[in-house]
Design a protein around this ligand. Structure first.
Ligand code: ATP
Ligand code: MG
Length: 357
């Protein structure tokens, strides 16, 4: 197996389609904060994946700014810049080469069966599936193989993609020799509903609280949060279960006693929505305050984030080159080229000798 790192490597990332919100914190960022001390972390800015559903020039022009915001969001929640490697996927052409070299190990039918592809096409309003969308799980496999990652954090609904990468790794290793660690899924949980209480928090649904929201924006969003619709007056007993305001209290208010008391009073019709929301605003604001401060600290250092991303990309590129070389060697492609190249060089030398006086 190509050179073994000492700590297990983990690969995860985000499409640079915008800044991150509390849903991302719950679903991925909080886990990444823990990962940075356990694993060697590679966090990719997956801009090639963005091209599957957002291929327009104006989307591409936003990649650089979105990438910076995403890195800032990570640093803001407590990722230490020296502990992890951020990289820009499209700056590493070896990723595409890797995708091509492994693409024969999986069938079109297998990809068509993945429900996530149709879901993504539907969400993006696409009637037909572009080739890169069909192939995006293979590109994900190439992402995982780039730094030869051992672990991939994943929600339960995306387990099928890691399974596909495992299949490709096993097939490659059996056919050509051991190159890839067979990646393990690292199941992480947690979905956060949006402030509309209707769907999971998503930036495109307008129901998100962003990690970068200022105090006034936060207050405005909390005050218009969806609660129990049956409760038109404060003295009507309310439902706590599934009520977004209490879901957020449970998740972000560290004062568990206050939350319990509020729940009891809510169920008994003894507290108004305004007080519940006011307390939620306070808790969320206290949660976001250190995040805003760290964000401002890093954002104030001009070029810091770009330098971090550039350094991480260069480092990952070296990993990618080593991986592609190992793959080419295992497949025998290096040998093919070497034979042709050497024979051509020998002829050149012969001709040069003959031409010499
Ligand atoms: P879009 O509106 O463009 O779909 P989004 O805000 O839903 O954007 P995505 O880019 O779709 O964000 O999310 C990327 C990943 O972030 C998801 O696969 C998931 O792991 C995590 N994530 C996003 N939203 C949530 C959420 N509300 N709760 C938990 N995890 C989330
Ligand atoms: Mg989404």
């Amino acid at each position: 197996m190509a050179d073994q790192p000492t700590r297990k490597r983990i690969l995860t990332g985000d499409r640079p389609t915008g800044t991150l919100h509390l849903g991302h914190y719950v679903g991925s960022l909080r886990h990444r904060v823990a990962f940075q001390d356990q694993f060697e972390c590679f966090f990719l800015i997956a801009d090639l994946h963005m091209l599957t559903t957002k291929p327009d020039k104006e989307d591409i022009l936003r990649i650089a700014d979105n990438a910076r915001e995403i890195v800032l969001d990570h640093l803001a929640v407590g990722i230490h810049p020296d502990k992890v490697t951020f990289y820009l996927q499209s700056a590493i052409p070896e990723v595409c080469e890797l995708q091509l070299l492994i693409s024969g190990l999986i069938t079109v039918e297998r990809l068509q069966q993945l429900p996530t592809i149709k879901d993504m096409a539907r969400a993006a309003g696409l009637e037909q599936i572009p080739y890169n969308l069909l192939g995006y799980p293979v590109l994900q496999a190439a992402d995982i193989f780039t730094p030869r990652a051992h672990l991939v954090p994943v929600g339960r609904d995306n387990l099928s993609h890691v399974e596909l990468s495992r299949q490709i790794a096993r097939r490659f290793n059996n056919k050509y020799g051991d190159v890839f660690p067979v990646p393990e899924p690292y199941v992480v949980g947690g979905t956060l509903v949006g402030i509309d209480g209707q769907a999971k928090m998503s930036k495109s649904l307008g129901n998100a609280i962003f990690l970068s929201d200022d105090e006034q924006t936060l207050r405005r969003k909390v005050m218009k949060m969806y609660t129990d619709p049956k409760r038109i007056r404060a003295d009507i007993p309310g439902t706590v279960e599934g009520n977004p305001v209490f879901i957020y209290h449970d998740m972000f208010n560290p004062d568990k006693e206050e939350v319990e008391t509020l729940k009891q009073r809510y169920r008994a019709g003894k507290v108004g929505d305004v007080e519940v929301k006011e307390k939620l605003f306070r808790a969320l604001n206290e949660f976001l305050e250190p995040i805003r401060e760290r964000r401002a600290h890093y954002a104030s250092q001009t070029g810091f984030v770009d330098e971090l991303l550039a350094r991480g990309t260069e480092r990952t590129r070296k990993e990618a080159q080593a991986t592609v070389l190992a793959v080419r060697k295992a497949m025998g492609l290096t040998g093919v080229w070497n034979r042709i190249r050497r024979s051509a060089e020998r002829r050149q030398k012969r001709l040069a000798k003959q031409a010499a006086p």
